[in-house]
Ligand binder design. Structure first.
Ligand code: GDP
Ligand code: IMO
Ligand code: MG
Length: 420
């Protein structure tokens, strides 16, 4: 059996949480492979909205096994908050959730370092979620990090203090004021909770599942344009959000990757700083933001909005080897008379159809216009009954990308999903 991967093709918030929840009907295991509590994955079940940051989006399915993979960075405090919220809803996460021993821990001082680095950057700040993601991955790659498995060792406190001392030296240099005492207390309480979960060698467990022909879905966080390697660097996150990240973040060989579901919004959004070629600064952008309720699920910040960017989408499809596309939030475009897609960029006096090394203000998108469908989609459940204009919109994207759009999402609820 192979492992299927679902990942974002834009700048995050494409609707991964909702679709993973929907697809979990067909999977026995859901595994997060990268990122941390910078993610906010929303799902809506029976009019109740849930936001998950660390816990895989299959958790609401009674019979699913959910794995936090080695590629994830885990903040125990946020983990505990999520577990408490699930417990209140009657979800027994302890039965369904496994945590990799190799997942790195976000320390309270990682969060402070994130804030100190952002403050020092001033105007050029990334717009980080301030969850300590960058500093935690930095410690991972500089071989200083603490991992979930370390909490079981007798000298854990010693290891913790040693790393915190290192962080304090850096923070002193930045002259950054902070007080972690309260958060640190909660952090250690939460560590005790983690100890009561199944802490596993996830790479071995996942490969055993594959050998037993169990169906596994790998859940990505963020989006391809935020990938540390191929995103709009330095305005990116600190992990590999692309499909290759599922191999390193779960310990799965490249040949074991099956379907790659690439998810995108029918338009584009971005939260935080950095280039965004199709961003709209006019009323249309505001309308997309209002109708789409485009506010970050993790930080509540308004999301910047714009038209679909086919140049970026094709780039993402190439990097991930996407085999099936999923388009979300089609319903947000219901009232638009005209809809646009960027099909190329004017770059100085050249026309290009690729993402250049530096995306700057010299880039001007070239748009193709589409007639809007101006129809409420809420009663449609069969793809054949979609309005002709939406069918044309979908067909154009499929023809340009050479990848079929298999799912069209027309609302936040589980049931507002059309399979094609
Ligand atoms: P994720 O990070 O990729 O999981 O996406 P987020 O949860 O951060 O953001 C997607 C937002 O859109 C959430 O509020 C979802 O509830 C909502 N959503 C997802 N799919 C649809 C859809 O098809 N239509 C509408 N109107 N909302 C959707
Ligand atoms: P999900 O999984 C949207 C953005 C931040 C910032 C940059 C770096 O919900 O799609 P970080 O905290 O990682 O150092 O921030 O990346 N960012 C996201 N944007 N959705 C996310 O996750 C994001 N996770 C990080 O806004 O610009
Ligand atoms: Mg999100």
């Amino acid at each position: 059996m192979k492992i299927d991967v679902l990942l974002g093709l834009q700048w995050g918030d494409e609707g991964k949480g909702k679709i993973v929840d929907v697809l979990t009907n067909n999977y026995e295991v859901v595994a997060r492979f990268q990122g941390g509590p910078n993610a906010g994955h929303s799902l809506e079940i029976n009019d109740i909205k849930h936001v998950l940051h660390l816990i895989p989006s299959g958790i609401f399915h009674k019979n699913s096994i959910n794995v936090i993979g080695n590629g994830v960075v885990l903040d125990p405090v946020i983990f505990k908050e999520e577990i408490d919220a699930l417990t209140d809803l009657g979800v027994n996460a302890k039965e369904r959730l496994h945590i990799s021993k190799k997942a790195h821990l976000i320390l309270p001082t990682h969060r402070i370092l994130d804030a100190a680095y952002e403050q020092a950057k001033g105007e050029t700040k990334i717009g980080s979620t301030l969850k300590g993601i960058g500093p935690c991955y930095t410690d991972k790659t500089s071989r200083n990090g603490l991992r979930v498995g370390d909490i079981l060792s007798s000298n854990f406190i010693e290891k913790y203090n040693k790393l915190v001392e290192k962080h304090k030296l850096i923070l002193n240099q930045y002259n950054f004021q902070y007080d972690i005492s309260e958060y640190e207390k909660k952090w250690f309480e939460s560590i005790e909770l983690i100890k009561s979960f199944k802490i596993i060698e996830s790479e071995v467990v996942i490969n055993n599942y594959l050998n037993q022909d169990k169906k596994i879905l790998a859940e990505g966080a963020q989006g391809t344009m935020l990938d540390i390697e191929f995103g709009s660097y330095p305005f990116v996150t600190s992990s590999n959000t692309i499909c290759a990240g599922a191999c390193t973040g779960l310990g799965v060989a490249p040949g074991k990757i099956g379907e790659v579901y690439g998810i995108f919004k029918a338009y584009c959004t971005r939260v935080g700083a950095g280039p965004f070629p199709t961003e709209l600064f006019d009323n249309t952008g505001k309308e997309l933001q209002n109708i789409g309720n485009e506010f970050g699920a993790t930080t509540g910040r308004p999301r910047r909005c714009g038209w679909l960017d086919l140049v970026a989408l094709k780039y993402s499809i190439m990097l991930n080897g996407v085999t099936q596309l999923i388009m979300t939030k089609a319903d947000i475009l219901n009232s638009f008379e005209t809809i646009k897609i960027a099909v190329g960029y004017k770059y100085g006096n050249k026309i290009i159809d690729y993402i250049p090394f530096e995306i700057d203000n010299n880039i001007k998108p070239i748009y193709k216009e589409f007639k809007g469908w101006e129809t409420d989609l809420s009663d449609i459940s069969d793809a054949n009954n979609l309005p002709e204009e939406l069918i044309n919109y979908i067909k154009f994207i499929e023809d340009e990308t050479n990848v079929p759009i298999k799912i069209i999402s027309i609302g936040p609820d589980r049931n507002q999903t059309i399979f094609k």
